[in-house]
Design a protein around this ligand. Sequence first.
Ligand code: BGC
Length: 461
Amino acid sequence: MFSFVKEVFRGGNRFIVGISVIAALGGFLFGYDTGVISGALLFIKQDFALGQLGQQWVIGSLLVGAVVGAALSAYSADVLSRKWTKFVSGVIYVVAAISSALAPDLVWLLVSRFVLGFAVGTASFVAPMYIAEQTPAKVRGGTVSFNQLMITLGILVAYFVDFLFKGASDNWRWMLGLGAVPGLALAIGMLFVPHTPRWLMQKDRENEARSVLQRSRNKADINDEVAEIRDVVEEHHDTSFRRLFTARLRPLMVVGLALAIFQQLIGVNTVIYFSATILKYTGINTSQSIGEALFVGITNVVFTVVAILLLDRVGRRTLLITGTIGGTASLVLLGVYFFSTSLQQTASWLGLVALVCFMASFAIGLGPVFWLMISEIFPLGIRSKAMSVCTIANWTFNFLISYFFLALVSGIGKAGTFWLYAGFGTVATVFFASRVPETKDRTLEEIESDVGGKDVHAKAA
Ligand code: BGC
């Protein structure tokens, strides 16, 4: 297991680790800005006297912004480059965090969170794409998923900040405003990292691509990698959206979209955004619930580390399928807990245990595997557009699930809501087992040469 760690810190890979850390600050902010609302909402609700609709929009405005950001960056990642797109997102993170913190009223807050969403939507896929395009195949699972680790760390830090500032109701402003600090680090950091060799080759800048590769590859391997990238650049001149739905690419779009949608349909973000609220349902007070939410955040981080250590060893499929089964079982348990009043009276700890098991399962499977796979399976020419479409689907379903969570709970009850998510988990498991390919140990160009062909599924077996 630790060969991955050794491999990562070998020679040129230190360069990869350095740039991955900077790029993954985008992931950290994605986590922070989405996670911080779990505790902040309880206070914003009081300050602005919000009903259910107002609360839904405090969460939803950022998610709608993320859909827009993911759409816009399909173009900017190609035209402006992956690097400068991430720089711009860093600047937006700073400005919008400060603006949210200063919001005098609800509308100002919603607009600021909407703009912040642009940066979140952008960072969510440009960060893994940037890392995947810089990284040698052998360690790509771990390095790309490092972005997911940063998402989970962002969520955890947000929970800690919520916990630290929970003393006074006005402190939600600090909770939101502190996101400006890592935003600044991201913007400054991006000034110092190189473009990805794959984007450079696409822009006919082979010499620069070679000098970037030299920093992380053995001399002997560079010619092969450049030739491989050149082949795929020359082969496909059609970089239009239409190409995404051609017979050759359709099967991969289906896999990417299914991963995107199921990642949200199993309800992970009702747990992330509403963990404090869900834990309050178990009968504890606001302060205790913010404290207990920390367990959920810690579990997410710890099991993402486990996933990073395993992804390049056991492969993406095994973790994805195991994690989805575990998540589904935990949702069934959560439903049983909320269904049975006697369980709630005699075993109130069971709610927290089920949430923790759910989070662990998500963190070893769907959490990292979705972002990793969409950065691997699409051909270079249309990678940013394909990833953008999957990311838009992911944020749209994130919005729908979060927006309707409170309404669903009032409509079909807590047990019914978690059982509904479990139903989605069951369908997801069957789909993943039958359709998702294995991408471990193969270069992006090898995966591309199999695109949509029989090989993708054959190698899945
Ligand atoms: C998902 C987010 C989720 C996070 C939790 C990410 O992979 O895309 O929606 O909040 O994982 O760790």
